[in-house]
Write a protein that binds this ligand. Structure first.
Ligand SMILES: NC(=O)c1ccc[n+]([C@@H]2O[C@H](COP(=O)([O-])OP(=O)(O)OC[C@H]3O[C@@H](n4cnc5c(N)ncnc54)[C@H](O)[C@@H]3O)[C@@H](O)[C@H]2O)c1
Length: 270
């Protein structure tokens, strides 16, 4: 299936993966509306002839207002890609991030997916048509060493996405969860997509957007832009203890080679 003439809403669309997805869907004929807390979002959306709405997706009312804005302009929403996110990084041990950070991790990486589904599902179920997509992360499947709030909240996002697929897949609702590994976006401190060439395994947001688009056209639930993540996941579920041991080894290697095991060190070693 394609997305020609469909209304596609994308959060976190002002830059990075969300911006590349917006350009891709627009090029493929979709009517794209983005939301972002970047105040230039309406101007940014003009890059792909779309519409932009400034809001904080952690606030249910603001997210609902974004959807209402899109519906008033374009009618029913066919597809919602809940993509906004950020990284945190543990200041010290695994529980050292303050509660403020943990709160934000749920509010940004889980609750917007719930709010969007809560707002859109009644109409989609009536129409027996709709596609809900959440950007989680390979960190939710595998754990990001050095960022416990990120990993835990992304795991929760994957679980909620599974819930959508299991509960409503037979009622005309499609769903996917996007689980990239490392992508050369501002989130990881990369300002130029060409930086993707600087580290093995790092993908540009454009490449991720192409792969996500193709996987969504095929209707895949688990979207893995980095195919190696499937191998890591298979290893994890086939021998959990061995996988934990391997992750400990990776942490030790990072400390030995780079002096620390923060996410931006690990990225050089996977
Ligand atoms: N970059 C990676 O390596 C990577 C890997 C796996 C998953 N992801 C996930 O992909 C998604 C997109 O990340 P990215 O790499 O494009 O990052 P990015 O920082 O380039 O883009 C994130 C966008 O989300 C917006 N945003 C953040 N908080 C918001 C809020 N409260 N309300 C509205 N907008 C908000 C930002 O303004 C920004 O435009 C995130 O969910 C991220 O966790 C990224």
């Amino acid at each position: 299936m394609g997305f020609k003439n469909q209304t596609v809403l994308i959060t976190g669309g002002a830059q990075g993966i969300g911006f590349s997805l917006s350009k891709k869907f627009s090029r493929m004929g979709a009517n794209v509306v983005i939301a972002d807390n970047n105040k230039d979002t309406p101007k940014i959306a003009k890059n792909f002839d779309g519409l932009g709405y400034v809001c904080d997706v952690t606030q249910e009312k603001e997210l609902n207002n974004f959807i209402t804005f899109a519906e008033e302009k374009l009618g029913s929403v066919h597809c919602f890609i809940s993509n906004a996110g950020t990284i945190f990084v543990d200041p010290d041990h695994v529980a050292s991030a303050p509660n403020k950070t943990w709160d934000l991790s749920w509010k940004l990486h889980l609750m917007p997916h719930v709010y969007a589904a809560r707002r859109l599902l009644p109409g989609m179920l009536d129409r027996k048509y709709g596609y809900l997509v959440n950007t989680a992360s390979a960190a939710g499947l595998l754990y990001q060493i050095g960022d416990a709030p990120y990993s835990a909240s992304k795991a929760a996002a994957i679980s909620f996405s599974e819930g959508i697929a299991i509960s409503h897949g037979d009622e005309g609702i499609r769903s996917s969860v996007i689980c990239p590994q490392y992508v050369a976006s501002n989130l990881l401190g990369f300002s130029d997509p060409a930086d993707a060439k600087s580290i093995e395994g790092l993908l540009s947001p454009e490449v991720v957007a192409d792969k996500v688009y193709e996987a969504m056209c095929r209707g895949e639930f688990l979207i893995l832009p980095h195919p190696e993540v499937q191998k890591y996941l298979t290893n994890k579920v086939s021998d959990y203890d061995r996988w934990i041991e391997g992750m400990r080894k990776l942490k030790k290697k990072s400390i030995a080679k780079r002096g620390s095991a923060k996410p931006l060190d690990i990225i050089h070693l996977v």
